[in-house]
Design a protein around this ligand. Structure first.
Ligand SMILES: Cc1ncc(COP(=O)(O)O)c(C=O)c1O
Length: 400
């Protein structure tokens, strides 16, 4: 397999025609050209109401349904299993609301102290509203990862829901979602997986995970500011829509979807599959994500190597760039310096990194990092180049 050519990759992203080296990709990636083109085409055409019999209405519906179908094919799912919405936070909130009637006193809900609050807060609030008990699955003190042992410690026969992240947006380690979800299912609970920090780097193919629900944000995967939630059709749910709207995904899409942005989604899949090889889209997507993993690992290796040599600094999560272990979301802390001190020093070199708790507030708090403004994070994706990584390393070397 030949990983793709960086120049041709970058030519697909108008947002990369900049002198800045963008390393805040875990916050958001720039959209690829195919997405921009489709959003533009949708907005430039007759903007008509959906659901009527006239031809332009039918075509508008088709453009939006192609967006849903594209997300389904990326996730190895069926289109009606895919719910679309403005953000992962919003979709997880809707999912929690539709599960409410199934939860009551005596039931337990498991959340972590590692993850983005998006997949924590809504479950904590739900448990509180329904009189259920919250149990916290804490990250391992050495590896900072979520482990099977940690899960065992909080599972019980009363567990109904377990919410966790496939990858932490702070530490970048890939959790074994398959093993964790299998254990959760064996306990008779639902697994709700936050794939937001995973999907830009590995294919979010739900067939591999055995979860009950899986969410990711398309604006972090080269797409528009939208989000996708896959739910196993076997999971029974209520509705957050009008009483007469029946069936999924409609019951979880009150007010419908943002037509023009959803119409842009096929551009993501077209782009991603163009990075791979194979006879059909399925094979090309798999091969594209293998190539992405390879490229990302070779980009992260020199950065992690440099960071490991700095005595004053500690990287959170795996020190190795091994693609089986981590994605290239790299966070670190520096002795006796607030995280907020470093990123502005790189601004003049036009190297964009950032600091903070990144909404993984509980993790930053439990690591004792809130007082020092969290972590410094450089998050890479496959469109970054070795030259940009060199600029990042040079910039850090100058200010450390
Ligand atoms: C791991 C993770 N989960 C969830 C979210 C929230 O996504 P959204 O902005 O789509 O609500 C983020 C956003 O940074 C994230 O990094």
């Amino acid at each position: 397999m030949t990983p793709f050519d960086p120049a041709s990759v970058r030519s697909r992203f108008p947002g990369l025609y900049t002198t800045w080296a963008l390393f805040d990709n875990a916050g958001g990636t720039v959209p690829c050209h195919g997405v921009i083109e489709r959003v533009h085409a949708y907005l430039s055409g007759p903007m008509v109401q959906h659901g009527a019999s006239y031809a332009v209405s039918v075509r508008a519906v088709e453009a939006v349904e192609q967006g849903r179908a594209a997300m389904a094919s990326l996730m190895g799912a069926q289109p009606d299993e895919v719910v679309l919405g403005p953000s992962s936070t919003a979709l997880l909130g809707r999912l929690a609301a539709t599960l409410a009637p199934q939860l009551g006193p005596g039931d337990e809900v498991v959340v972590t102290n590692l993850d983005h609050e998006s997949n924590v807060g809504c479950w904590r609030r739900l448990a509180e509203e329904r009189g259920a008990t919250v149990r916290e699955w804490t990250f391992d003190a050495d590896s900072l990862a979520l482990t099977l042992e940690g899960l065992e410690a909080v599972l019980s026969e009363d567990t109904k829901i377990v919410a966790f992240g496939h990858v932490s947006n702070l530490i970048g380690q890939i959790h074994d979602a398959g093993a964790l979800c299998a254990r959760i299912r064996a306990a008779g609970a639902l697994s709700i997986v936050d794939g937001v920090a995973y999907a830009p780097h590995r294919r979010p193919d739900v067939r591999q995970f055995g979860c009950d629900a899986y969410v990711f944000s398309t604006y972090k995967v080269f797409g528009p500011h939208q989000s996708v939630l896959w739910i196993d059709p076997r999971v029974e749910l209520g509705s957050v829509n009008h009483f007469f709207v029946e069936g999924r995904p409609g019951t979880l899409e009150p007010g419908g979807v943002v037509h023009e942005l959803v119409a842009g989604l096929p551009g993501m899949v077209e782009y991603l599959s163009s990075l791979g090889e194979g006879d059909d889209e399925e094979a090309r997507l798999d091969s594209a994500f293998r190539a992405i993993a390879e490229v990302e690992s070779s980009l992260a290796a020199p950065l992690l190597g440099f960071l490991a040599e700095q005595p004053s600094l500690k990287v959170l999560g795996p020190a190795s760039a091994d693609a089986a272990l981590r994605v290239p979301t790299v966070s670190f802390v520096v002795d006796d310096r607030a995280a907020s001190a470093l990123p502005p020093l790189l601004d003049e070199r036009e190297v964009a990194i950032r600091w903070g708790h990144f909404y993984a507030y509980r993790a930053a708090r439990d690591l004792g990092l809130l007082e020092s403004d969290g972590v410094v994070r450089a998050s890479l994706v496959h469109y970054n180049t070795p030259e940009e990584v060199e600029r990042l390393i040079d910039g850090l070397a100058a200010v450390l």
